[in-house]
Write a protein that binds this ligand. Sequence first.
Ligand SMILES: Cc1ncc(COP(=O)(O)O)c(C=O)c1O
Length: 337
Amino acid sequence: MNVHDLATPALIVDVAAFDHNVATMAAARPGDRLRPHVKAFKSTALAHELAVAGHRGFCCATVREMVGMARAGLGHDLLLANETLDVRRLQALTTGAPDARITVAVDSVETVETAARGGVTEVLVDVNVGMPRCGCEPADAGRLAERARSSGLEVRGVMGYEGHLMMAEPAQKAALVEQAMVALLAAHADVGGDVISGGGTGTYAVNRWCTEIQAGSYTLMDTQYGSAPLPFRQALFLLLTVVSVNPTGGWAVADGGLKAFSMDHGPPDVLGAHKVWFCSDEHVTFGPLEGGSLPAVSDRVRVAPAHVDPTIACHERMHVVRDDTVVDTWEVDLRGW
Ligand SMILES: Cc1ncc(COP(=O)(O)O)c(C=O)c1O
């Protein structure tokens, strides 16, 4: 099928850019030194490509993602890098996927008890390294590890996600990440275990302390990460059709809006020398940049999203394209709750 025959809005993955991203990260963080985070792309088909590239362990953000990965045969070493209090769903996960290796992040007595009651056998102590997100204070990590051990859980180590530093100024990033990781290493000294998990697409190159990096966005990228000096290419686009043009006013309207891409990192880029005026529920309204021209009704445009994770969560599938040929379709099968 030709890309022009796809019904729009459609998510497309430029496979050449995707392959470049996967190879670039695999060279920097080979094998188990990367634990890709599936939250970015929510697709077992894409995760399978990463397993083929040598990354056998994965991070998930939801129990739903854990279940889907285990069912797809990708349960070699799954980390729920997030807190849950859902005993019932953990039980369904651990009994439904007895062959999968399941590790869960814990940051409180309640999450420790949930893991134990849910049939989980291994945990990581999630540590706050400077961002108001989940994670216990570094000084509490050792006590929590003891509590987990006394509940019969194996403590594999610590995790600490320095999310607030992903877009830090390049000149300061390494020092800021070091500061965050000093806190994580102090916690690790009290907790023990082999695993020090953290990092992301924005810090993988400077985070020397984690034994494994949790990046996921690097696979497909977005315009926010694209504005940082990273070696990855934009691989994910939303294909839209121009459904209305107003030559008098100087604008055009394409058929995808807030229900097809996320705006939390700002508006997307409409490729081809266009400037986005605004986005509404089903539409993006845009005009030509200085010296450019308006598209015609029925033209196709490619849009690069500003934030990959919530954009993909709006879609059921991604079409994998090489030049203009659709070579594969990846279901976004880890959506939902
Ligand atoms: C716990 C955790 N680890 C790692 C990441 C890294 O993801 P990214 O590749 O988008 O930097 C995220 C992103 O939100 C996260 O929540």
